[in-house]
Design a protein. Structure first.
Length: 256
């Protein structure tokens, strides 16, 4: 009963993560080009010297404001009155004598704040499923050397805990990526890391399913299926971790 509840919650989080991250990512449909004329800002109002990305914007006081990255968009929405003076489309509205944030309600919405805050826990949460799933593979390897059920029992418990935590870490990773901006090829690295993490969660849940089937009926065929799923998931853990590390250290980290 407890196991079924864990699986249901994990599957729900797994399916909901990309949708919630997309909600935190942006609320409006993306624009492709900047409007002509002086009704927009060619430079980011936060950095003031970076050209804007036409796909990253927010609506403020009835005007569309563009930004160079998602992080600047969030910074602006938290305290828009600090950056109004840098917006040509809002020229003349900086000395109105009131607080733009409280009077116009243009700060971040509750859902977007929640997604952003949840994403901050991704670096902490991700280490637990990595350790648990790799330890489960080590336990099953030892189970092939020493007879007895103790290593198989250990592997089962490790997967039972590690698989749901992998789903949680993936959901938090999608939340973290919702407001992350990386230049050039690192944007592709981020997308690869996110989808590999999603595949890892799917593999972890599959491993959990095969582990429970083997535990109920420990025949050799089910053992091999469990080992295969666990080995594939462990490989995905390593690959996902590599791309996550690349986001921090850069693509030249392993250059000779």
């Amino acid at each position: 009963m407890v196991r079924d509840a864990i699986l249901s919650l994990a599957a729900l989080a797994f399916l909901a993560a990309p949708a919630l991250a997309h909600e935190g990512d942006q609320h409006q449909p993306a624009a492709e080009t900047l409007p002509a004329g002086g009704e927009t800002n060619p430079l980011c109002p936060v950095t003031t010297d970076e050209a804007v990305d036409p796909t990253i914007f927010a609506d403020y006081e009835g005007r569309r404001v563009y930004f160079c990255c998602k992080r600047c968009r969030v910074t602006f929405l938290e305290n828009p009155h600090d950056y109004v003076a840098n917006l040509p489309q809002l020229e003349g509205q900086t000395d109105s004598g009131h607080d733009h944030t409280t009077d116009h309600g243009s700060s971040l919405g509750t859902l977007e704040r929640t997604v952003r805050f949840a994403g901050r826990f991704h670096p902490v949460a991700v280490h637990f499923p990595i350790a648990l799933l790799l330890s489960a593979l080590a336990a099953m390897t030892l189970a092939g050397v020493w007879t007895g059920p103790r290593f198989v029992e250990a592997a089962r418990v490790l997967v039972l805990i590690g698989a749901p935590m992998a789903v949680v870490a993936t959901a938090l990773g999608w939340a973290a990526g919702a407001n992350a901006s990386y230049p050039g090829e690192l944007a592709t690295v981020l997308a690869t890391h996110r989808w590999l993490g999603t595949a890892t969660s799917a593999g972890a849940l599959t491993t959990l399913f095969t582990s429970e089937r083997y535990w109920r009926n420990p025949v050799p065929r089910r053992r091999y299926v469990f080992l295969g799923a666990l080995g594939l998931t462990a490989a995905l853990v390593g690959l996902t971790g590599h791309f996550g590390g690349t986001l921090i250290h850069g693509t030249e980290h392993f250059s000779w």
